[in-house]
Design a protein around this ligand. Structure first.
Ligand code: PGA
Length: 248
């Protein structure tokens, strides 16, 4: 049985004042029914971890460098993230793949660095609209999974997020059949590669998850939770998504 996970990706949004949301989520979801993760910008990681304490909300970063340290201006190493108390890091988000040319190989290196520092990478994969319309979605996503995920990953050390690029921030989502088809293919590939551990690796869906569509998405087989962007910026939106996940 995989524990469900609702992860919020704040992207380049948020401020010290926005951390009040962690208090609201901690009291609303003290039943600990599923894993809740908030990924604020890097400057808020330490304060977010302090605010979350030992409560139900865990903290994650949005990217890490593959190297342990060195001359990488503007980057942050996995061990530095771990030092803040954060436990997760998003790797390979499509915005970073697009803007900074991150490849599957570099995403894999970052994810392995995260694991080596005790962080759990949330590895993002997903097709473009052109790839979806050309009927290439499944092979594209499966190739990304194969090349972006480090060898030796387990249910405790890896989370995968399927995020169709065309669904991110657009209000559009795939059909439930399409989500189910992708998650089933990803599950089969994880089991083929990692054996029994492949059954334990959480598969999140991401892309325009909102309070109004969360329950039907979470009712889809092999969807173990969500990676949420816009709707994770306020407790009013994120809390009902967490509640829908807990009830699924
Ligand atoms: P969205 O973003 O929920 O705003 O579509 C999801 C993501 O980019 O992780």
């Amino acid at each position: 049985m995989r524990r469900k996970m609702a992860a919020g990706n704040w992207k380049m949004n948020g401020s010290a004042a926005a951390l009040d949301m962690i208090d609201a989520l901690s009291s609303a979801h003290s039943d600990n029914a599923c894993d809740i993760v908030i990924c604020p910008p890097a400057h808020l990681l330490t304060a977010a971890c302090d605010r979350a304490g030992n409560g139900p909300v865990a903290i994650g970063a949005q990217n890490c460098h593959a190297a342990e340290k060195g001359a990488h201006t503007g980057d942050i190493a996995a061990a530095m993230i771990a030092e803040t108390g954060a436990r997760y890091v998003i790797t390979g988000h499509s915005e970073r793949r697009e803007t900074y040319g991150e490849t599957d190989a570099s995403v894999c290196d970052r994810s392995a660095a995260a694991q080596a520092s005790g962080l759990v990478p949330v590895v993002c994969i997903g097709e473009s609209l052109a790839q979806r319309e050309a009927g290439e979605a499944l092979p594209v996503i499966r190739a990304q999974l194969a090349a972006s995920v480090p060898d030796g990953s387990t249910g405790d050390t890896l989370v995968v997020a399927y995020e169709p690029i065309w669904a991110i921030g657009t209000g559009k989502i795939p059909t439930l059949e399409q989500i189910g088809e992708v998650h089933a293919a990803l599950r089969a590939d994880l089991v083929a590669r990692f054996g029994a551990e492949g059954e334990k690796i959480r598969l999140l869906y991401g892309g325009s998850v909102k309070p109004g569509n969360a329950a039907e998405i979470f009712g889809t087989a092999d969807v173990d939770g969500a990676l949420v962007g816009g709707a994770s910026l306020s407790a009013d939106d994120f809390s009902p998504i967490i509640a829908a996940l807990a009830a699924s």
